[in-house]
Design a protein around this ligand. Structure first.
Ligand SMILES: Nc1nc2c(ncn2[C@@H]2O[C@H](COP(=O)(O)OP(=O)(O)OP(=O)(O)O)[C@@H](O)[C@H]2O)c(=O)[nH]1
Ligand SMILES: [Mg+2]
Length: 212
């Protein structure tokens, strides 16, 4: 039996989950996960394991809604995800919630600014995972696609909006250790490997904690 703890990588389609998984693999060539041309390429819930990696990686589709996929399909994916977490949450030592920096404005516009009654999907996901006490890191991916000014603007919008839902988000560098109420985020680029070393370091720290 495989006794390794698991790392959860979750987020909507096309945000870069499989790309990040690949960056964490000691031997990416042996990893057959498809980096999608077509959104929704990660559908099966499968644990990825490699001999030299001290943990397993589970790459999960989030609450998502992709224009190409039907609404029913999106609902189905969401249900599968919820069932999986409810059943397996104790396997996870850490969860990465991946979002695409280019989608922040859109999502908040649609769910928060125009319709105050709905909760933006990323925040719904964070709140859902928080209930299971899985330590979380929000990865704001694809920062190579925006200017530094737009990066700062979008992150600020994200952090400010999260407050309205009682979610306190701070940069990983600024987080006080052991503050379980604050959720750290990391600006990231899977393409340029921006902050990859920081990500690896925090994963290692959490692994060390559970071993004690
Ligand atoms: N510019 C840029 N492109 C990225 C980055 N990360 C991923 N991509 C691209 O975004 C697309 C989707 O990446 P995936 O890693 O397949 O995304 P995913 O979240 O696994 O998608 P699904 O499996 O469909 O849920 C691919 O074309 C990647 O090359 C990034 O940091 N910057
Ligand atoms: Mg994928």
């Amino acid at each position: 039996m495989n006794q390794k703890p698991s790392l959860l990588i979750i987020g909507n389609s096309n945000v870069g989950k499989t790309s990040i998984t690949r960056l964490l693999m000691p031997n990416p060539r042996k990893f057959k996960g498809k980096i999608g041309k077509t959104p929704g390429s990660t559908l099966l819930i499968k644990s990825i394991t490699q001999e030299n990696l001290p943990y397993n990686i589970v790459d999960l589709p989030g609450f998502g809604y992709v224009s190409q996929s039907s609404r029913r399909r999106a609902e189905h994916i969401k249900k599968q995800m919820v069932i999986h977490i409810e059943k397996h949450h104790t396997d996870y030592f850490f969860g990465l919630v991946v979002i695409n920096i280019l989608r922040i404005e859109d999502e908040l516009e649609k769910y928060f600014i125009q319709n105050k009654k709905t909760i933006p999907l990323s925040f719904e996901l964070v709140n859902f995972l928080k209930e299971f006490q899985i330590p979380l890191l929000i990865i704001i991916n694809k920062i190579d696609k925006v200017s530094n000014l737009d990066k700062i603007k979008n992150i600020k919008l994200f952090v400010e909006s999260a407050k309205e839902y009682g979610i306190s988000i701070v940069h990983l560098n600024k987080r006080e250790l052991n503050n379980k109420e604050e959720i750290p985020y990391l600006d990231f680029s899977a393409l340029k490997k921006t902050n990859l070393e920081k990500l690896k370091k925090i994963i290692q720290q959490l692994l060390n904690q559970i071993k004690r």
